[in-house]
Ligand binder design. Structure first.
Ligand SMILES: *Cc1c(COP(=O)(O)O)cnc(C)c1O
Length: 333
């Protein structure tokens, strides 16, 4: 299973006007970082996250007689699938476990999808999705490990190099690797010398552990300020793991304290409200884990966050994460 640059061009044509081309804006961090630093604002997508690109490309590319789609997701992928299925007039079922927050369930329902609440884990929800594939002929849309999904996310790489052909480095938030794999593949097909670095949180970084091992491994999922970066890559991963292995220059990890500070920075300096997952690239530069040598872009991937937690961080208050606490501190540049 391979993707090609022409798959990514085809994806761009297919999703044009449905998943938006997003702005690339200069960041106030440019002075502090000493190079042009740019933010790709995927928070301006209709569902508030980039996942619409991959979901839209996959769903528009299904055969006419498809009875509907199903996925298991508690977050942005579920929103993307619901929105894209509605645009094509298809039935969508999103399977979630009982742990899914009520606000997330409402968000997916509001986009017209049926929500099935099953079991107490993502694995239970995935089992229900597989049952619906077998019983009702629905098509399962993977959040990161399907060629059409990766090609859709890769359209961000095409846009970045059109908007700034002189980019030296792209910093990509990394979880299952559909985004990082697609962007790195597209960018390097056009500019082989460009540097693409994946960034994850240091607790439960499944792709990082898998790349170190040389094959997909499981890691324990723990709560993080970057909740959209949680979860495994699938032990049977076929697409996003080889792409990240072959096309990423490096994978860097940042801590919860570093994410906390970077969220404050992007809010107080750039006036942007976004999820913890978005700021891992900024944290990697702030901590000196990545050195910049020319114009750099990072992807502000989504804004579907708990606003109470965001307000707490901006006020410098503590944030509870499962059995640990991220210590609060007031923002200082
Ligand atoms: C899904 C997601 C990511 C990571 O994308 P992968 O393709 O799983 O690596 C990053 N940020 C946000 C907001 C997401 O929803």
């Amino acid at each position: 299973m391979n993707i090609t640059l022409s798959d990514i061009h085809a994806a761009r044509d297919r999703i044009a006007g449905l998943a938006d081309r997003t702005p690339l804006v200069p960041s106030a961090m440019t002075d502090a970082f000493g190079v042009d630093f740019l933010l790709k604002l995927e928070i301006t997508q209709p569902i508030g996250a980039f996942k619409l690109r991959g979901a839209m490309n996959a769903i528009l590319n299904l055969p006419k007689e498809t009875p509907g789609v199903v996925c298991c997701s508690t977050g942005n992928h579920g929103r993307g699938v619901a929105y894209a299925a509605r645009a094509r007039g298809l039935r969508a079922v999103v399977c979630m476990s009982r742990l899914a927050p009520a606000a997330k369930v409402r968000g997916v329902r509001a986009l017209g999808a049926e929500v099935r609440i099953v079991g107490n884990s993502q694995d239970d929800a995935q089992a229900e999705a597989e049952r619906l594939v077998a019983a009702e002929g629905l098509v399962d849309i993977s959040p990161f490990d399907a060629p059409d999904v990766v090609a859709g996310q890769g359209t961000i790489g095409l846009e970045l190099l059109e908007q700034r052909p002189d980019l030296d480095t792209i910093l990509v938030p990394l979880s299952g690797g559909g985004l990082a794999g697609g962007v790195a593949f597209a960018a390097k097909a056009i500019r082989p010398d460009i540097r693409v670095i994946g960034v994850s949180m240091d607790r439960g970084a499944a792709m990082h552990a898998s790349l170190k091992a040389g094959y997909p491994v499981e890691v324990e999922e723990v709560p993080s300020l970057a909740d959209s970066l949680g979860g495994g890559i699938g032990l049977g991963n076929r697409i996003s793991f080889p792409l990240c292995r072959d096309y990423l220059d490096d994978v860097v990890l940042v801590s919860e304290d570093e994410i906390y500070h970077a969220l404050q920075t992007v809010y107080y300096e750039d006036r942007i409200v976004c999820e913890g997952a978005c700021v891992v690239g900024i944290a990697a530069v702030q901590t000196g884990k990545v050195q910049l040598s020319g114009p750099t872009a990072t992807i502000i991937t989504g804004r579907n966050l708990d606003m109470q937690v965001h307000a707490d961080i901006m006020a410098g208050r503590d944030v509870a994460l499962g059995d640990t606490t991220v210590r609060g501190r007031r923002y200082e540049p």
